[in-house]
Design a protein around this ligand. Structure first.
Ligand code: FES
Length: 342
């Protein structure tokens, strides 16, 4: 059933198909920001143009497909556009999926409960919210850490929701990084951070695909949201085959390797394939890249769902390879790290 948001003061009216739902965008606003402002939840994750989660089909109307200035006159209607980049220049009709209502975005202070260096350049932070103020989120979502002067940094939540509200972040140290320098420098247990969230949508548990075999591809700290999804599977009552391909260059990059092996031992529906691109001679696991390993293992992915999290290069490569192996494009979900994550 379609619904109509308040369009009485609309400057540009956006119509979504097939629902017919409408909302307005202000000049200069992206379609995604306009939708979220009206409580219309569309698939998205990175909001930077890297993960392709927000792709939609542009059916009619005038818009600038890319926020960096691609000329609308040169663009073809009927083409695929990214809703986090596209800015309407008039009334526009788009075809895209819509999701259930979003959880409320809130700001909350959290206390640093534990800091665990799990690799030379990766810190696991466990954060405790004030009593009675647990953040409501879905596995795969992320939060922004709010820093001084309006600066913010986005991090995936690395655990499924916990009864005590504990939040886990995996922070990779980036030389010169504003927040990561703080984490690997002066931050200490009992310090307070300010968070805002949750953001993003990863609906691999959506009812229409919830029973399909799930492929999880991660590189580096891309494991964080993947870990949250696996924990949700462990806590859930329904079982689906889940295979994790976790990639790094050398063994030390797989900073929770023992935990993944433990999951594989404890849960017959879970399989773990570590993959190294610069494996030492003694490595007995897979070599190469995670997306190649998936395609070596599955000749037909037409009944699978995949979620990839890591570098934009990995995510783009995985999408191309897995779709060429039969995966439905709409069954590929992703999050991609960008430089702003420092
Ligand atoms: S949310 Fe638009 S590309 Fe990631």
């Amino acid at each position: 059933m379609s619904s109509v948001a308040d369009v009485s003061s609309a400057l540009y009216r956006i119509t979504l198909q097939p629902s017919g739902r409408q909302f307005d965008c202000t000049p200069g606003e992206t379609v995604l920001d306009g939708a979220l402002r009206h409580g219309v939840v569309l698939p998205h994750q990175c909001k930077t143009g890297a993960c392709l989660s927000c792709r939609a089909q542009w059916l009619a109307g005038d818009l600038r497909p890319d926020a960096d200035g691609e000329d609308s006159a040169s663009a073809d209607p009927q083409r695929s556009v990214l809703l986090c980049r596209a800015r309407p220049l008039g009334d526009v009709t788009l075809a895209c999926r819509e999701l259930d209502a979003a959880l409320p975005v809130t700001r909350l202070p959290v206390r640093v409960g534990a800091m665990e260096p799990v690799a030379a350049d990766v810190m696991v932070l466990r954060l405790t919210p004030p009593a009675g103020q647990a953040l409501a989120f879905r596995p795969g979502q992320y939060v922004d850490v709010l820093l001084a002067r309006g600066v913010r940094r986005s991090y995936s939540l690395a655990n499924a929701p916990q009864p005590d509200g504990t939040l886990e972040l995996h922070i990779r140290h980036r030389p010169g990084g504003l927040f990561t320098g703080q984490v690997f420098g002066r931050l200490k247990p009992r310090d307070v951070l300010r968070l805002e969230g949750p953001f993003g949508t990863v609906d691999v548990q959506a009812p229409h695909i919830a029973g399909r075999p799930l492929l999880l591809l991660a590189t580096g700290t891309g494991l964080a949201p993947v870990k949250a999804l696996i924990e949700a599977c462990i806590a859930g009552v329904t079982r689906r085959p889940v295979t994790l391909y976790w990639g790094g260059r050398v063994p030390a990059d797989l900073y929770l390797h023992a935990l993944c092996l433990q999951w594989a031992q404890q849960h017959p529906w879970f399989r773990y394939e570590p993959v190294l691109s610069r494996a030492p001679a003694h490595w007995h696991g897979r070599r190469g890249h995670v997306q190649q390993a998936v395609c070596e293992d599955f000749s037909d992915l037409s009944d699978h769902v995949a979620y990839a999290c890591g570098s934009p290069v990995m995510v783009a490569g995985a999408r191309a390879l897995l779709v060429s192996q039969g995966l439905a494009d709409a069954a590929f979900y992703a999050d991609a790290f960008t430089a702003a994550a420092a």
